[in-house]
Design a protein around this ligand. Structure first.
Ligand code: AGP
Length: 600
């Protein structure tokens, strides 16, 4: 997804902006640009396709650093990947420069009504916005009034994070936000605006989260914020508690491997946060459990990997809390809402807390008056702020596009929450301590999975993950991991479905991985593995210790069966990592993907 950074009142703007864009790279983009000014009439406007490093080379060659500026990484939505379509977009009179995250639904109509005599240079909706500001300013409006006027014309479902700079007011940044995150960074040596606080950590750790409808006027030593009713407001600031090395790869070649390795520590951190010394639950207010106890049905709503984590969490809420639970893909639920029970309770699972599909659903169910809890890795995010309740995943920043530690963290926090509503029948705190040890044991055997990836996937275009019950849910996540970074077409599915169609795809050498941790269906699954092997498949069984047999590809340490997904997913994460490495692909930044999908 696109990224926004801006600074004003600093000694050298360019380094802050480039460092900021580099920290935003993990979100996914395909072009970048920067506008710089020194407040004394000198400026520079530089854009480039491809990587931030290419923009940096161009900007450093230009040599101008400025004391204020705005910059952007663009993930193409309207218009192809080109320098013209990169942001900042500028007005025809070269006075205004604008960067934008989001989508302007009615940009075409606005162009037809207001900009017929303006020569446009891009295919973007953002250019329409900046040309409108210039038009209204040319008609005599102040920059603030022209900015407001443009915003007032945007159709209701438009989403925006805008950052505008006016060449005639070079030290003032104009920021506005609706649905697309935007924060103001405060420091005594200049101020900032950013779509992701971590991007401006080199300048400050103190931020203000702008709310939908806010408009902020950010000067080197003064920040004024107006709310949707254009009333001046004092928004509270928060201090980012991130440790810089948390967002640093350290000795790892890729963030993904670091984040896979962090899962054992994250497990301990989560257990330490939600369990007291004597095993008593903490950190989950009774307001949440009381509200959930009133519900007659639970709806878990999420996207991608988080949806897969919900499929596992469902079992905990049903088996421990006796709460019927449905798990829904956010983008489907948003426009095809099922018939709800009389007293529903919603849980939103999200690493970023900014996924547009999930935000759409939260908006909808809040309008219907239903209670919602967000479980997310990024607190101060839209989904955590706008739900009635929020619980942290505590996984630490997850930078790699492929989600790993957030997935296991989501399973862990759902298990802990469910245990607050009903009895697991075993000592969950003690079991999670065991899970942490066993995750570590698996990640200590990386070379096993590097070899499996080499044996199974080197020259393959497709692969399959099978499972039954909970393992079928993990098979979906295992398949997503492999396909999204190695580009090997991978399908995960319930093994019982093989004979209803998929088995026709099995050929000589087709790699089939089976996750076998559920005793009730272990025999059936071994039969299905035999069926595909009989048709030439290259099969690999990852079985839990109590169910393992001679010849299985890997024996998973044994923990409570319902917690086995926390272990069964680790081999799949590592196989995806090594298969991608072997193909010499960018493990952390797969093509076409973004870390946080903030547009629908
Ligand atoms: C998973 O590897 C992907 N990064 C993606 O499926 C992700 O889980 C999905 O976009 C949901 O994001 P969220 O957890 O931030 O809401």
């Amino acid at each position: 997804m696109c990224g926004i950074v801006g600074v004003t009142g600093v000694s050298k703007a360019l380094p802050y902006l480039l460092q900021g864009l580099q920290k935003l790279e993990y979100r996914g983009y395909d072009s970048a640009g920067v506008y710089l000014t020194d407040g004394a009439g000198q400026d520079a406007f530089i854009k480039e396709k491809g990587r931030v490093s290419q923009l940096a080379a161009k900007a450093e060659k230009n040599g101008f650093e400025g004391t204020a500026g705005i910059a952007h990484t663009r993930w193409a939505t309207h218009g192809n990947v080109s320098i013209e379509n990169a942001h900042p977009q500028k007005s025809a009179d070269n006075r205004f420069y604008l960067v934008h995250n989001g989508v302007i639904e009615n940009y075409q109509e606005l162009k037809d009504i207001y900009l017929n005599n303006v020569t446009l240079v891009s295919q973007t909706d953002t250019e329409i916005a900046v040309q409108l500001v210039a038009k209204f300013a040319a008609e005599g409006m102040t920059t603030e009034a022209a900015f407001r006027k443009m915003i007032s014309l945007l159709a209701g479902n438009s989403a925006y994070g805008f950052l505008l700079i006016d060449q005639q007011e070079p030290e003032t940044l104009y920021a506005a936000k609706k649905k697309s995150p935007l924060l103001v960074g405060l420091s005594d040596h200049g101020n900032a605006v950013t779509s992701d606080a971590t991007a401006m950590i080199d300048l400050t750790k103190e931020f203000i989260d702008l709310q939908d409808g806010d408009l902020a006027i950010v000067k080197p030593d003064q920040v004024t914020i107006y709310d949707e009713q254009e009333q001046k407001v004092d928004r509270p600031s928060f201090t980012l508690t991130i440790d810089p090395e948390d967002t640093d790869k350290g000795a790892y070649p890729y963030y993904m491997l670091k984040e896979i390795d962090e899962q054992a520590v994250v497990t301990r951190k989560i257990a330490g946060h939600y369990f007291g010394e004597n095993g008593e639950l903490q950190g989950i207010g009774c307001a949440i459990t009381d509200k959930m106890a009133e519900a007659d049905r639970l709806y878990i709503v999420a996207a991608g990997t988080s949806y897969h984590a919900g499929l596992v969490g469902k079992r905990y809420f049903e088996q421990w809390a006796n709460l019927p639970t449905e798990v829904h893909i956010a983008s489907e639920f948003a426009y095809d809402q099922p018939k709800l029970s009389d007293k529903p309770f919603f849980i939103f699972l999200s690493q970023s807390g900014e996924t547009a599909d999930s935000r759409e659903v939260l908006d909808n169910i809040k309008k219907q008056g239903y209670p919602a809890l967000t479980i997310a890795n990024v607190m101060n995010s839209t989904l955590t702020r706008e739900a009635d309740f929020a619980l942290p995943l505590l996984a630490g920043p997850e930078i790699a596009v492929a989600s790993t530690k957030a997935y296991t963290a989501q399973i862990l926090v759902q298990a802990i929450l469910a245990s607050a509503l009903g009895e697991p029948g075993f000592d969950l705190k003690a079991e999670l301590a065991k899970v942490a040890v066993e995750i570590q044991a698996i990640t200590d055997e990386k070379e096993v999975f590097q070899q499996i990836a080499a044996d199974a996937l080197t020259d393959q275009r497709s692969a399959f993950y099978l499972g039954r019950g909970l393992d079928a849910a993990v098979a979906l996540e295992a398949a997503l991991k492999l396909k999204e970074i190695s580009y090997i077409q991978t399908e995960g599915f319930a093994a019982g479905e093989l004979k209803h169609g998929t088995i026709s795809l099995i050929e000589e050498g087709t790699p089939v991985f089976a996750l076998l941790t559920q005793s009730k269906t272990a025999g059936l699954l071994r039969g299905e593995v035999a069926q595909v092997a009989a048709r030439g498949a290259k099969t690999f069984i990852f079985a839990s210790k109590d169910l393992a047999k001679e010849g299985d590809a890997f024996v998973l340490p044994q923990v409570q069966e319902l917690l086995m997904p926390l272990l069964a997913v680790i081999p799949a994460q590592l196989i995806a990592y090594y298969a991608t490495l072997a193909r010499d692909l960018d493990v952390d930044r797969p093509r076409n993907l973004a870390k946080s999908v903030t547009v629908q």
